[in-house]
Design a protein around this ligand. Structure first.
Ligand code: CUA
Length: 190
């Protein structure tokens, strides 16, 4: 450094150019990385459902299998596992009001009958897309009782902003007292 400074103008000029060039390569590398990430996420994530790949036939969804109307809502299995089954359609969720216990893992299983929908539950990490022909699955625990809003968060058409449901998180004892084997729980939206 001190020799370059002592030698005067030409050397410090060369040093500046070398530094500029190094920074240019750093910037090019960052831009290349960002473009590669955009291409990867665009091709990979948008084409894939957010959970493991499980398919369902949209044409027979209402008629048979897991997502018939009588099977929607919250159920408690023989093993005590809590499962919420729901479907999304333009422009509502079925059921419109979902009951879950606090402090207990709850598994959501959902799909869509028409176009891509999604939902997020209040300020929790419950957040997924619902894609026709795919079953979206995730498990989460609601820490405390209370009522949460559950809006659709994928633009699905002109009624999108009016598409939402409610989630009632009950104290675990209250929930378990209501839950009967083989029955589906839901609530009346206020
Ligand atoms: Cu359904 Cu937006």
């Amino acid at each position: 450094m001190s020799t370059a400074a002592a030698a005067g103008e030409p050397d410090s000029h060369a040093t500046a150019i070398a530094a500029e060039r190094r920074w240019a390569w750093v910037v090019i590398a960052i831009m290349a990385l960002l473009v590669a990430m955009m291409i990867f996420t665009g091709l990979h994530w948008s084409a894939m459902p957010p959970s493991r790949v499980e398919t369902v036939d949209v044409k027979t969804l209402h008629l048979k299998g897991e997502f018939v109307e009588s099977n929607l809502g919250t159920s408690v299995g023989a093993d005590g596992k809590v499962t919420v089954r729901l479907i999304a359609q333009q422009y509502s969720f079925q059921p419109q009001c979902i009951v879950v216990p606090a402090g207990v893992p709850v598994t959501f299983r959902g799909t869509s009958t028409d176009t891509i929908h999604g939902f997020v539950v209040g300020r929790t990490n419950a957040n997924t897309m619902l894609i026709p022909a795919f079953v979206s699955t995730f498990t989460t625990t609601f820490p405390k009782p209370g009522e949460q809003l559950m809006p659709c968060h994928e633009y699905c058409g002109t009624g999108h902003e009016a598409m939402w449901a409610r989630v009632q998180v009950l104290p675990a004892e209250e929930f378990m007292a209501k839950a009967k084997p083989g029955e589906r729980l839901s609530c009346v939206p206020r």
